[in-house]
Design a protein around this ligand. Structure first.
Ligand SMILES: Nc1ncnc2c1ncn2[C@@H]1O[C@H](COP(=O)(O)OP(=O)(O)O)[C@@H](O)[C@H]1O
Ligand SMILES: [Mg+2]
Length: 305
């Protein structure tokens, strides 16, 4: 079953120059149970897109269905089964962690409020901060509170907008672990935006890349790398004189870069050419060999520019 089905979404904002097109003909299908990533440079339209999918705002045209429910005709039915957490949470600042969660549980009309609040406090390890005011919390704890709030109504679909933005590496790792755990234990479908490629690579089964309001790629991370023909990379550091042109007759090499006793070779499958490549180096002293897979960072750079 599809958790999200969006077709032909357009969104405009007013701007001093007139009408600004922020999303252009965006269509997206997300399967139930997926962790789906929305990537793209700043200002690409990621937050706008997940605000539309979570019924916080409405598109100027297009259709959105969440678990088969028309989000434009029945936003309240959708609101009961989704929630959204932002990496820049802005909660009532003078309320404590507990009071904030109570406030949202009242807003959501939850029946078993104390149980729900205690559940999410436990899950997000917020007990030590139960009576701490929002404005006294660290960034990481604010983000955990934002996740806790988003789990209060036990959503089937969770939107996370830059969940680890601005965190120290250890807190970011902790939050990613929590996201993974929430996905695995509860089977919730997760849609997250990020511009940390490591995060996308670790968490997301599929990724849509959005640029200037348009989806320009949509696939699993490994598939994206294949589509981009980024290839695998081998870097050889050597000492002595080496004739780079001797490599040119090895088929399957996609690209060669050289300089300062270093050669970088890109090929679809390094293993299949490694023997031939190394034979060419028999007259020089090899100091180091490094083989690496392309990462999403390479995909991002290629797509964003
Ligand atoms: N409420 C708004 N009014 C006018 N322009 C907006 C508003 N929200 C976002 N924008 C503009 O829409 C574009 C997309 O923004 P956003 O969805 O926040 O991008 P992202 O999350 O990818 O950084 C940006 O150019 C931004 O300036
Ligand atoms: Mg954003």
């Amino acid at each position: 079953m599809l958790a999200v089905k969006a077709d032909g979404i357009y969104k405009y904002y007013k701007s001093p120059e007139g009408k600004k097109e922020v999303l252009k003909n965006v269509s997206i299908n997300i399967e139930q149970g997926e962790v789906f990533g929305i990537l793209g440079p700043n200002g690409a339209g990621k937050t706008t897109l997940i605000s539309l999918l979570s019924t916080l705002s409405i598109p100027d045209s297009g259709k959105v269905e969440i678990f088969g429910i028309d989000a434009l005709k029945e936003p309240n039915s959708v609101k009961c089964i989704v929630n959204i957490s932002s990496g820049n949470p802005n909660f009532p600042w003078s309320l404590t962690v507990y009071e904030n969660l109570k406030y949202f549980s009242l807003l959501y009309g939850l029946e078993n409020r104390e149980k729900s609040i205690n559940n999410v406090i436990g899950m997000l390890e917020l007990e030590p901060f139960r009576n701490t005011r929002f404005d006294s919390l660290s960034t990481g704890t604010k983000q955990r509170l934002s996740l806790a709030k988003a789990l209060l109504n036990e959503p089937r679909l969770l939107f996370l907008d830059e969940p680890t933005v601005g965190l120290d590496p250890d807190m970011a790792i902790k939050i990613r672990k929590l996201i993974k755990q929430i996905h695995e234990e509860k089977g919730i479908t997760i849609v997250l935006t990020t511009h940390y490629m490591k995060e996308a690579e670790q968490l997301c089964g599929r990724i849509a890349f959005i640029k200037k309001g348009e989806i320009i790629a949509n696939a699993a991370p490994a598939e994206l790398k294949r589509q981009m023909k980024l290839g695998e990379k081998i870097i050889i550091d050597y000492e002595g004189r080496f004739d780079i042109s001797s490599l040119k007759n090895i088929p399957q090499i996609l690209d060669i870069k050289s300089g300062n006793e270093r050669v970088m070779i890109i090929a679809e499958n390094i293993e299949s050419i490694l023997n031939d490549v190394l034979k060419k180096f028999c007259d020089v002293h090899i100091k180091n060999i490094e083989i690496s897979q392309p990462d999403l960072e390479d995909v991002f750079l290629q797509l964003a520019h």
